[in-house]
Design a protein around this ligand. Structure first.
Ligand code: 13P
Length: 250
């Protein structure tokens, strides 16, 4: 039985002082014990949010990390810096990083590997654009993203990876994939993991859905057999909405 994993990606929203207020409210909220919960604030919020959520079981993650251990990379943040703050989780390969910062599958694979080398857990984001879907390229895009993104990731490290299927056309647009479309993509992703790591791993790996997840559609999406959680953008900025997604089965 896979545990539901609900994560909030705040993107470039919420200031450090607002973040602490949010974290304190989250800490005091009634959260379904059967759900793994994570929030990913911006880098500048991480120290205070980590402190506020220390020992709560709520995971604090980074939204990105550099692919080098250290050095002359102005404006970048390393795994070592995150680990020093007590952060063990990072989102890698978000479509906004792919789209606006030209992150390729190969670069994303380097980031995945450096995070694993630093003993971090990773949410690896994948998903097709509208154009790719309309051209019938859904499966080939997902296959390249999974195979290249996970290149040289060992059988023992694969358990440190969560996959997030986020169709680009559904992110921030209010257009959610239908549960049927999302389930079809998730089942294919699980099949790809099976082909790389075998059935045991593919049955265990967590695959989140992301793209306009809201309190109104979360239940239907989370009820799909291969959807094991959500990576929530906009709706995670409002704590009440995020809590109702977390407590979707309560
Ligand atoms: P929205 O929930 O705002 O569509 O964003 C999804 C997302 O990109 C999460 O990483």
């Amino acid at each position: 039985m896979r545990k539901l994993y609900i994560a909030g990606n705040w993107k470039m929203n919420i200031t450090p002082s607002q973040a602490v207020e949010y974290a304190k409210k989250l800490k005091d909220s009634d959260i379904d014990k059967n759900v793994k919960v994570m929030i990913a604030p911006s880098f500048v919020c991480l120290p205070d949010v980590c402190r506020a959520l220390n020992n709560t079981g709520i995971i604090v993650a980074a939204q990105n990390v550099n692919n080098n251990q250290k050095g002359a990379f102005t404006g970048e943040v390393s795994c070592e810096m995150l680990k020093d703050l007590g952060i063990n989780d990072v989102i890698i390969g978000h479509s906004e990083r792919r789209q606006y910062y030209c992150e390729s599958d190969e670069l994303i694979n380097e980031k995945v590997k450096i995070a694993l080398d630093n003993n971090m857990d990773v949410i690896l984001c994948i998903g097709e654009t509208l154009e790719q879907r309309e051209n019938g390229e859904l499966k080939s895009v997902l296959k390249k993203q999974v195979y290249t993104g996970l290149k040289d990731v060992s059988d023992s490290d694969i358990f440190k990876i969560t996959l997030a299927y986020e169709p680009v056309w559904a992110i921030g647009t209010g257009k959610t994939a239908t549960p049927e479309d999302a389930q079809e993509a998730h089942s294919y992703i699980r099949y790809l993991i099976n082909s790389l790591y075998g059935e045991k791993v593919s049955e265990k790996i967590i695959i989140q859905y992301g793209g306009s997840v809201k309190p109104e559609n979360a239940k239907q999406l989370m009820a799909c057999p291969d959807i094991d959680g959500a990576l929530v953008g906009g709706a995670s900025l409002k704590i009440d909405q995020f809590l109702s997604i977390i407590n979707v089965n309560k």
